[in-house]
Design a protein around this ligand. Structure first.
Ligand code: NAD
Ligand code: TYD
Length: 361
């Protein structure tokens, strides 16, 4: 019998590299291939050890490039596809929405077509897990949580492009019975997250004693899930998901950005032996993100019914994450050099120079 073949798109990015590592460790009997364009967010060094050890195959390519993707499908003959490749940063989508439409919508359309083309000839893949986000549902009203039947109300070009991809997924399932299920994770954190997202950005700035930019009053709420718990959820879904269904993956615990950042300041100060409270002085409220969703809250009863729940407490996971960034400063320096620096200056340069600093508490 041939080995189960697993294709992970976007496997050199944050969730993808954690998932590749999780998958080759948990399922050494599978043949795993990462397909990634290696944009600014994709870093081959995240998975180089797996590739060098022969545990992971790698193909460089753009999911929106039909020829390359069809060739890859032909070669890999995947039984399972986990589609993560996407442009993912909301703030970038406000600056350059087109690339989000190209990768997230056209890229997903191309992936669905390649899957359908292979499936009708060979019966493979058996399952495609398409990664959506909680953001497609828009901001959740106070005291409510959204289950998987909530209407789509995307607010940013990022979430609108993710929503467009989800609609195509639904169409391929309804029209051709393509076995594809949609996953809606909440905000992930953990090792290898590009330091433009809240947690690694803040840890990096705390270490280097730079301002900590908080959008608006910082009272926006997010549900933070440790990336390993998402990997476990995807593993379970690879066995239990029903094609055509949607699955929320979150912890059920919300935190305000400002509280999260204050906690990060205190934790990192303690680790660095700095005076408690010293990094809080770096907190700087800046102009809010346009269209900023106030609150994301998901109902995860469907995943609980499948026997999944998060293993990590937030406290243990954030300590593990801060420790990872403290012991991987070279990784952070590498990914924040060059092109990323230009982007950072473009995003924050003016706003930080206009901003007010929060008093130490
Ligand atoms: P990321 O930005 O860290 O990584 C994205 C990866 O996709 C990178 O390796 C990049 O090189 C690759 N990629 C981008 N465009 C590509 C293209 N055209 N062709 C091939 N590869 C391409 O993103 P992430 O945080 O790891 O997110 C992975 C998936 O999970 C995305 O679909 C995202 O929308 C979804 N998601 C993420 C979160 C989160 O908190 N990180 C939450 C919910 C959903
Ligand atoms: P982010 O990590 O960009 O994820 P998302 O916007 O997809 O939820 O941001 C998480 C929250 O943190 C969001 O409410 C925006 C806020 N935020 C800041 O206040 N300052 C920052 O510099 C960043 C990057 C995010």
């Amino acid at each position: 019998m041939s080995r189960t073949s697993v294709l992970i798109t976007g496997g050199a990015g944050f969730i993808g590299s954690n998932l590749c590592r999780y998958w080759v460790t948990t399922h050494p009997e599978h043949r795993v291939t990462c397909f990634d364009k290696l944009t600014y967010a994709g870093n081959l060094s995240n998975i180089a050890d797996l590739i060098d050890a022969g545990a992971l195959d790698f193909i460089r390519g753009d999911v929106a490039d039909a020829q390359t993707l069809h060739k890859a499908f032909e070669r890999i003959q995947p039984d399972l596809v986990i589609h993560l490749a996407a442009e993912t940063h909301v703030d970038r989508s406000l600056v350059d929405p087109q690339v989000f439409v190209k990768t997230n919508v056209l890229g997903t359309a191309t992936l669905l077509e390649a899957s359908w083309d292979l499936r009708r000839r060979t019966g493979r893949p058996n399952l495609i897990l398409h990664m959506s986000t909680d953001e497609v549902f828009g901001s959740t009203p106070k005291d409510q949580s959204f289950d998987e039947t909530a209407p789509y109300r995307p607010a940013s070009p990022y979430s609108a492009a993710k929503a467009g991809a989800d609609m195509l997924v639904g169409a391929y399932h309804t029209t051709w019975s393509l076995p594809v299920a949609v996953v809606h994770p909440s905000n992930n954190f953990g090792p290898y997250q590009f330091p433009e997202k809240l947690i690694p950005l803040m840890v990096h700035n705390i270490i280097s004693e730079n301002p900590l930019p908080i959008y608006g009053n910082g009272r926006q709420q997010r549900d933070w899930i440790y990336v390993e718990d998402l990997c476990r959820a995807l593993d379970r879904l690879s066995r239990k998901a029903e094609p055509g269904q949607h699955y929320n993956v979150a912890t059920g615990r919300l935190q305000e950005n400002i509280d999260l950042v204050r906690g990060l300041c205190d934790l990192t100060d303690a680790r660095l032996g700095r005076n408690q409270g010293s990094s809080r002085a770096l907190i700087t409220h800046i102009e809010d993100r346009p269209g900023h969703d106030l609150r994301y809250a998901l109902d995860v009863a469907k995943m609980t019914d499948l026997g999944w729940s998060p293993k990590w407490t937030f406290e243990a996971a954030i300590e593990a994450t801060v420790d990872w960034y403290l012991s991987h400063r070279e990784w952070v320096e590498n990914v924040t050099s060059g092109a990323y620096r230009d982007y950072y200056d473009h995003m924050y340069g003016r706003r930080l120079s206009e901003a007010a600093t929060e008093p130490t508490q």
